[in-house]
Structures are given as structure tokens and as C-alpha cells.
Design a protein around this ligand. Structure first.
Ligand code: ABN
Length: 177
């Protein structure tokens, strides 16, 4: 064991010496600085957080149906009140509510382009139940005793505005391949 440790030590020392021979201190510090800078800046890049993919946003023909209707294609696995009937939209919470961070995810078929999309059903929290457009389609939902596949939960637990459940949005988060 001690032999192995000393040969690893020797190898690392040799690599460090090779590196020191080839790379100046200034350029080494520059690379470390660039790495630190890019790891700090990467999370700030403008990615589409909580937004719809560009294709469905820009072309309504790719997003057919009525978001107020339970039959709308994105609602295939929903269980809750549709936020589109409660002052929000299919993908945004009504004013005064906050989207739960934990969600139930389904896969729904979009008849317009033939793709299956991953849809995130985020509960909107912080106000009493909306009570309009209740929709329980529950595709692929399993009973509560299979907790990882059950959608009949109040995902507002842990939300900053409180645990009151108001309604649910159906956000497209990706294409299923
Ligand atoms: N996820 C919708 C919901 C909220 C409260 C209780 C059951 C289901």
C-alpha cells in the first residue's frame, strides 16, 4: 500500500514538474482565473427559465386546442384546477400566487406536430382553491401508495407563499425522444 502511495506521489510530482516547465505562472493563474470566472458566470446566461420552447410560443398552429379546456393536449396528465381559468394561463400562475418548485411531470402527444412533449404540472400556491375548470385526466397516474408515480398531491408544501393550493399550469419543458 505504501509502495503504491509513493508511486502515485512520484507520478503527481512528475506531472506537476512537467506542467511547471511548459506553462508560465502567469498563464497558469490566467487559466485558473478564466475557469473560476466562467463557472460563476455560466448560471447567469440567458436560458429560457419557466418559459415555453420557442416553437410553441411563436406558432399557435403548433399548439392546437383551447387551453381553458380539460381536453387540451397538454392536460393529458393533469390533476387540478386549470390556471388558464383562474387569471393565469396554461403556463403562468395567476397574480398573487407562486409556482411550486416541485412538480408532477407527464408526457403528452401534440397532434399538430406528432411529437410527444414533457409537460410539467406546477401547482400555483398562496391563494385558496380557484374552483374553476377542474380537470383530472391523470394519464399514467398511479395510486398514492406508489408515491413516485402519483399526482394527487398538494405540491405547494414548502412554497414561500404558503401551502394553499390555487391552480395548476401545464408547462412544456422538453420533447420526449
Ligand atoms: N396537484 C394538485 C393537487 C393539489 C391539492 C390536492 C390534490 C391535488
Amino acid at each position: 500500500m505504501a509502495d503504491m502511495r509513493s508511486s502515485i506521489d512520484a507520478l503527481v510530482e512528475q506531472m506537476a514538474r512537467d506542467l511547471a516547465r511548459r506553462v508560465s505562472r502567469r498563464s497558469f493563474l490566467g487559466s485558473v482565473g478564466a475557469m473560476l470566472f466562467s463557472s460563476a458566470i455560466l448560471p447567469l446566461l440567458p436560458v429560457a427559465r419557466g418559459e415555453e420552447p420557442a416553437a410553441t410560443r411563436s406558432d399557435p398552429a403548433l399548439d392546437p386546442g383551447d387551453p381553458h379546456a380539460c381536453e387540451y393536449w397538454r392536460h393529458c396528465a393533469i390533476d387540478g384546477f386549470l390556471c388558464s381559468c383562474c387569471g393565469g394561463s396554461a403556463h403562468s400562475c395567476p397574480p398573487g400566487t407562486e409556482q411550486a418548485a416541485v412538480t408532477w411531470v407527464g408526457t403528452c402527444h401534440n397532434p399538430a406536430d406528432g411529437h410527444d412533449y414533457i409537460v410539467s404540472y406546477n401547482d400555483c400556491c398562496g391563494k385558496d382553491e380557484c374552483g374553476r375548470c377542474q380537470c383530472t385526466r391523470n394519464e399514467d397516474d398511479k395510486p398514492l401508495y406508489v408515491p413516485f408515480k402519483a399526482n394527487d398531491y398538494n405540491w405547494c408544501l414548502g412554497s414561500k407563499l404558503g401551502i394553499a393550493y390555487h391552480c395548476t399550469v401545464a408547462r412544456i419543458v422538453g420533447v420526449s425522444r
